[in-house]
Design a binder for this molecule. Structure first.
Ligand SMILES: [Zn+2]
Length: 439
């Protein structure tokens, strides 16, 4: 954000919050870090929307939620700064993206790129994500753990990042850089490249431990072949069952039997898999944004990858619609992962995923739930942070819109329609402005 208008009442992260001290009433025990947001329409993330509500934020958490009339009758209203917005909802979650800091979608290109350059590009990408109203992301392979540290230090402005650190793949699998020597891939992976190529139970276990050591909040396993790697196939299982059992996450049937809780993409889901997912209480992260938009961008990948993409795109839409119809639990994720600016696949275009969810059969309210309250569940029920809902005691991650997304879910597709963004109780965006540097 490039200016700090005096009329605005919420502390900016890099500005002093001393102006709030004037509002402190010494006769009360209220701290200076409280403020109120009034809204005509509150969409809580989980449950029904309510009208004319006030959310009080205390420090990084949501302190209370009351009707605006009750708030105005209370002592709080006389000693606290407040603002009004038309529509308030929880900060959005993108449960599948990558900060690889690369201009080309190829595992081999990731492996060859300078890590400093990748980090520099990603600095803008994380700001784009927050600017679009996405206050939390599950980053399933990429430099997310490093970026999260820079954000925590205040060097960068970006979302809460829950990283997997690396994508774990067997030799010749989706996370292997097939055109490079095995030793090269191993060496760069040992020195910070977010890929792990492993074979056998012992190496699988070790790779998971190495990811956790570097801050992983989720473990990403390439359970089948993928699109961006060259010789593998998204139909083929890659790890042996005992290898999968030794790890957790990603893939299809074998992964569910091994206790995996989320399935990414789900291109070849059928009725049987949907039933199994329901039985195992697994969550689908369909990543429709990447499948839909990548078809229009053959220049971003090599010809073999593009061919595979066209093949998977034939099935993906109907698999997603089937999962919605069957009542599979769904969280939204985009698989955005390149740093090319002004592209349908640039970071910050995450909000498209809500429109695709509605196209797949969800109501706008269900799509918002999938993009908010469901997000934390993709980290596991025991690990889920208190986030994604406007609820007392939850993270004060909130966004405001100028219009009702239940009437037109498409307004979330554009970052400029997100007028305000609060993360951890701090305001990062206000009307007419963008988060971070020039995007
Ligand atoms: Zn991905």
């Amino acid at each position: 954000m490039t200016r700090n208008p005096a009329e605005y009442t919420v502390p900016l992260p890099w500005a002093s919050s001393s102006h709030l001290e004037h509002t402190n009433d010494k006769d009360t025990n209220l701290s200076t870090d409280m403020h109120a947001i009034h809204t005509k329409l509150l969409i809580p993330g989980y449950g029904k929307p309510t009208e004319n509500m006030t959310v009080v934020i205390k420090g990084p958490k949501i302190h209370s939620i009351t009707s605006t009339s009750d708030f105005e009758d209370s002592v709080l209203s006389r000693i606290m700064r407040s603002i009004s917005v038309p529509v308030l909802l929880p900060g959005l979650w993108d449960c599948h993206l990558h900060y690889f800091g690369n201009l080309y979608l190829s595992i081999d290109a990731f492996a060859l790129a300078s890590q400093a350059l990748a980090g520099a590009r990603s600095a803008t990408d994380v700001a784009r994500t927050l600017n679009a109203g996405f206050t939390s992301v599950r980053e399933v392979g990429g430099y997310g753990a490093d970026l999260a540290q820079a954000i925590a230090e205040g060097q960068l402005v970006g979302p809460n990042i829950y990283p997997s650190v690396a994508m774990i793949s067997p030799t010749a699998g989706h996370g292997d850089a097939h055109s490079l020597s095995e030793q090269w891939v191993k060496d760069v992976s040992d020195h910070g490249l977010p890929l792990r190529v492993v074979d056998g139970v012992a190496e699988c276990r070790k790779a998971v431990r190495q990811c956790i050591r570097k801050g992983a909040k989720v473990i990403k396993i390439a359970g089948t072949g993928g699109v961006l790697s060259s010789v593998d196939d998204p139909h083929q299982a890659e790890f042996a069952m005992e290898e999968l059992v030794a790890m957790v996450e990603e893939g299809i049937v074998q992964c569910l039997k091994a206790g995996v809780k989320t399935i990414e993409h789900g291109t070849y889901l059928d009725e049987e898999v949907c039933e199994m997912m329901k039985e195992k209480d697994a969550i689908l992260v369909a990543t429709r944004t990447v499948v839909t938009n990548l078809v229009n961008h053959p220049e971003l990948m090599n010809p073999e990858s593009y061919k595979k993409l066209l093949e998977t795109a034939k099935y993906h839409g109907q698999a997603y619609a089937l999962a919605v119809k069957k009542g599979v639990k769904i969280a939204l994720g985009t698989d955005l992962g390149i740093s090319v600016p002004n592209n349908d696949l640039s970071h910050g275009k995450d909000g498209q995923e809500l429109r695709y969810a509605v196209e797949a059969g969800m109501t706008p309210l269900q799509a918002i739930e999938a993009a908010t309250a469901r997000g934390p569940m993709t980290l596991g029920t025991k690990m889920a942070p208190k986030s994604g809902q406007i609820k007392e005691g939850f993270d004060a991650d909130l966004i405001a819109l100028h219009a009702n997304p239940l009437n037109d879910i498409g307004i979330l597709s554009k970052a400029e329609n997100v007028t305000h963004v609060w993360k951890g109780g701090k305001n990062f965006k206000e009307p007419g402005m963008r988060v971070g540097p020039e995007l």
